[in-house]
Design a protein around this ligand. Structure first.
Ligand SMILES: C[S@@+](CC[C@H](N)C(=O)[O-])C[C@H]1O[C@@H](n2cnc3c(N)ncnc32)[C@H](O)[C@@H]1O
Length: 222
């Protein structure tokens, strides 16, 4: 067997010790991330049986598993380039959110309906250069916001993972113009040393381009 690097050995040790990793393993959950969404939902009540939900960055499927247990009447579209463990109620789009092909598939599945909730747990591939990684994370946040502008109905909600650093404050300020209420949360299941935070924006008001969410419109092609 090839020798593990020091950093992957440290990662493995942390995983073994981590309370929420063990809880996920013992409880048959796909990943510890399951508990982050459960804790966000517990606080903000963003989910109910009939919601129509778009989930961006769904693999390996911890959030998806939680969502499928809640959404007994609505629908769930999950997007990720990596494989997602999920049940039969979830429609999967394999690819990168923000790409034209993926946008077209989302648009086809949403059809003439609107979404009630956009979720994003997307995370960039880490380069190790902090400024580069933060810029990539902010690009992903913009992709999620664009998804709201394209498909979220008036009054709908967004919950998104973001990373503390350059650009986040301005991005949140922008969000406050588009949603009635915006809160930041660090769930207990999120590692304390991680810069990740979750932004929960409720009550979608209007998009910058004047789409007031009354009607779904085709995704913007850049
Ligand atoms: C932290 S993981 C998500 C964990 C997942 N929510 C769960 O509960 O199991 C981040 C995911 O974001 C995905 N990702 C990164 N960029 C993406 C993009 N542009 N579109 C869709 N998924 C993306 C990665 O492939 C990765 O699977």
């Amino acid at each position: 067997m090839p020798k593990r690097s020091k950093s992957s050995e440290r990662w493995l040790q942390r995983q073994r010790k981590d309370y929420f990793v063990r809880k996920a393993q013992d409880g048959g959950q796909v990943s510890r991330a399951h508990y982050k969404l459960a804790q966000i939902d517990e606080r903000f009540h963003i989910l109910s049986a009939r919601k129509r939900v778009l989930e961006l960055g769904a693999a390996p499927g911890g959030w998806t598993q939680y969502l499928e247990s809640k959404l007994t009447r609505g629908f769930l579209i999950a997007v990720d380039p990596l494989p997602i463990t999920r049940g039969s109620r979830c429609r999967v789009i394999e690819g990168y959110a923000g790409e034209d092909e993926v946008n077209a598939q989302i648009h086809e599945l949403v059809a003439d309906q609107q979404l009630d909730l956009v979720l994003s747990d997307m995370a960039p591939n880490i380069s190790g250069v902090r400024a580069v990684d933060q810029a990539r994370a902010m690009d992903l946040a913009d992709i999620a916001l664009q998804a709201c502008e394209d498909w979220l109905g008036k009054g709908g909600d967004l919950a998104i993972k973001a990373f503390q650093g350059e650009g986040l404050d301005n991005w949140v300020a922008e969000l406050r113009k588009r949603f009635e209420r915006v809160n930041m949360m660090k769930p207990k299941a999120s590692r304390p040393e991680s810069r990740e935070v979750f932004v929960v924006a409720r009550g979608f008001i209007t998009a910058a381009d004047g789409n007031n969410g009354d009607q779904a419109k085709p995704p913007s092609a850049e």
